[in-house]
Design a protein around this ligand. Sequence first.
Ligand code: GLC
Length: 559
Amino acid sequence: MILEKEKNWWQNISVYQIYPKSFYDSNGDGYGDINGIREKLPYIKSLGVDAVWVCPFFKSPQADNGYDVADYCSTDPIFGRTEDVLALIDECHNIGLKFIMDFVGNHTSDEHEWFQKALAGDEKYMEYYYFRDGKNGKEPCNWASVFGGSAWEYVPSLDKYYLHTFHKKQPDLNWNNKEVVDEIISVMKWWAEKGVDGFRLDAFNYLDKDLSFPDVEVPGGEKYGFGSRHYACRPLVNDHYRRLNREVFEPYNLMTVAEVAYAGADTVREYTGKDRREINMAYMFDMLDFDQEMFDKFSPLPFNAKAFRDCIFNWQKELSDDGRMALFISNHDQPRSVSRFGNDGEYREKCAMMNANTMYMLSGTPYIFEGEEIGMTNLDYTDISDFRDVEVFNVYEEKVIKKGEPKEKWISLFNRRSRDNGRSPMQWNSNENSGFTKGEPWMRVNGNYKTINVENCEKDEKSVLNFYRKLLSVRKSLKSIQYGKTTPFALENEGCICYLREYEGEITVSVNNFTDKNTAISLPKGRFEVLLSNYFDKTSAEGEITLRPYESITAVRTK
Ligand code: GLC
């Protein structure tokens, strides 16, 4: 029986996210692997996190780097063997880390046995996916795939189209078919029996589709854009969560975090509310969408601290009574935060620390993405052949090859906005290929690895890495950060993000100057002891204080 105190074990944890292909290569084949993670567990533990989330390592043709699963119960040889995964899970437990698995349930690979059978015309398996007849010689409807182009692919041998919300090699599973749900539940149980402690639910809010498959007006011209209104956050998603919760999550005491693109506050409260028994917390997309034109990551807007602040404070308010959010500033689908919010030149280290101090003192659960803790930056690639992401290739084909737009413009946009920014190899030291591999890396290492790497950070008490360690221990030590209410202050300073956290009389402030100018702000009443500072000199603060460029502190009230 699960003890009450163990039941909400996930409540106050911090998570370290690993993109296995780029983390550490143990066998010199150029790909990071499971045994590479095992070797680095002491490093991960030294950060002070409580859990790891490992991105998909299942058998896969890697069209979308493993998010195209060909077999849920086996491990892709580039990552190792399932025995290695089981050893990793055990070793995580022995060292005091929980293991969270990335579960891709909205779609499989087109190379999954189920889809192969469907393609061969097996009716049972055709019902596992969405196969539809065309309309007037065209796709069944005009929905666009998240990666660009139509969301439908034609299969000549069947004279039918199938739906793929993502890449055409990622056909969507039909969750209206009970057999599909049963299959997924049994796979999840299989992994739960093997000891995983939680699931990160990939694209799960896309599980329920509008089966009338209506055309949308102009893709992108809709309120929700690209037809997503017809496939995101629809009512059956709640039913699926409840069933999964009843049959898998609760019985195995698992933690769950789901991606919830296009969701409003009511929906997030429904999914993650305490008494709803659906999932534990949600990853909201608009948290990092505020610096681009609606739905178009390749139309970036200049960074605007006020827009960032409005977005995070709004979520803090909406979820203050119920529901829980994931706190993150980067992940494998995002550019590097230090290049995005602030300055990755002269002030790179200060900004990396400031970004962390801004986000991880909020209410919710921190998710730190590999490399963020040493202030890794966006890419410096010069040629399309350096990139690896399917999304980049789709956009390049469309804009440069088909429309003839300048190549240089797009390479520079990819270096600023593409998902590949978060996927270049982890920078361990200043040896060849940043110590990531002894072979040829699957993806080029960022040219700045001789300066920005773990080894250099370890030698410097004031490094970004040591700041992260301190931050996580401060976070753990303060009840106000774990349970407190969030109240913004100093809102008149639009370049600053300042808030107070309060719980049973304990008051903590996080103040962050996102400008390169000295800025005066007034602290709430009382005297504060500084616990974290990215200038490493203030020990106390009171009344009006002047924050230097990108200065950031966390302080607790002493009187
Ligand atoms: C999620 C993943 C992303 C993947 C997509 C399709 O958004 O984070 O990397 O491409 O789902 O599985």
